[in-house]
Design a protein around this ligand. Structure first.
Ligand SMILES: [Zn+2]
Length: 247
């Protein structure tokens, strides 16, 4: 059974690589969590286009991460249907269960489970071969989302980035998040700054995951979770730190 043309589109979260193509599916119902829809409106493509075009240090920094992408000429196309918690869809006769697990990677992360097909689409709750990046957190939510997937009756796990995987891939992401949470918590208690802690944890990390500089963001998120009054770095500073760690 299939549905053609595309009648339903799910944005798993608000990052541009997962929602800036919405305008290409104009007649579809576009579904996202309410939190993701809200976050999309805050980071329109024009903002990234401007950062990529910046002539100063910030532009050089952003082009290092996003220089391969053209953010110009994109018409922001928001979701047409939002939900909180859970939503069951019928897509061309196929049952799809949407499960909100954020805030974790972003504020409104959603999993899409096809129980009969034993497949789950995880969005960026799974980066396979790369380091997870917790912009929102808390990491405990993300670890809980991994545990939820591990408890599902599925054979195929479709990550947001990297190749198709199975439950072993979920365990790798879970272990990495638990490792950073544990090590950052120890260093927070010892009085290290988030940046000092990130540099130590980066050197400590025994993994072969790519984009390992993202540890800088994850440590920042652990600190924010531990201390609501924590005054963290802004996004540009976080990109600076990621670049510095990976240099
Ligand atoms: Zn992504």
């Amino acid at each position: 059974m299939h549905a053609s043309p595309i009648g339903t589109l799910v944005n798993t979260h608000a990052n541009g690589d997962h929602c800036y193509g919405n305008e290409l599916v104009t007649d579809a119902e576009i579904v996202a969590s309410a939190a993701a829809a809200h976050e999309m409106a805050e980071v329109p493509p024009a903002m990234l286009a401007a950062l990529n075009a910046d002539q100063g240090e910030v532009g050089r920094l952003f082009r290092r991460f996003f220089g391969a992408f053209d953010f110009t000429g994109i018409t922001p196309t928001p979701p047409t249907r939002t939900f909180q918690g859970r939503l069951d869809l019928d897509v061309g006769g196929r049952g799809v269960e949407l499960i909100e697990v954020g805030p974790a990677h972003t504020r409104g992360d959603v999993l899409a489970l096809l129980p009969r097909e034993r497949v789950v689409f995880t969005g960026d709750i799974l980066f396979i071969g790369g380091t997870p990046i917790a912009w929102a957190g808390p990491l405990a939510n993300w670890i809980a989302a991994c545990d939820l997937i591990l408890g599902m009756d599925v054979d195929v796990v479709v990550p947001g980035h990297g190749p198709l995987t199975d439950k072993a891939g979920v365990v790798t992401v879970r272990d990495e998040l638990a490792f950073v949470e544990r090590e950052a918590t120890v260093r927070h208690a010892a009085g290290l700054s988030a940046w000092e802690a990130a540099q130590e944890i980066y050197r400590l990390a025994p993994t072969d995951l790519g984009e390992r500089g993202r540890v800088a963001v994850n440590v920042e998120t652990v600190y924010r979770t531990l201390d609501a009054s924590f005054h963290g770095a802004d996004v540009i500073e976080l990109f600076r730190r990621m670049a510095e760690l990976e240099d």
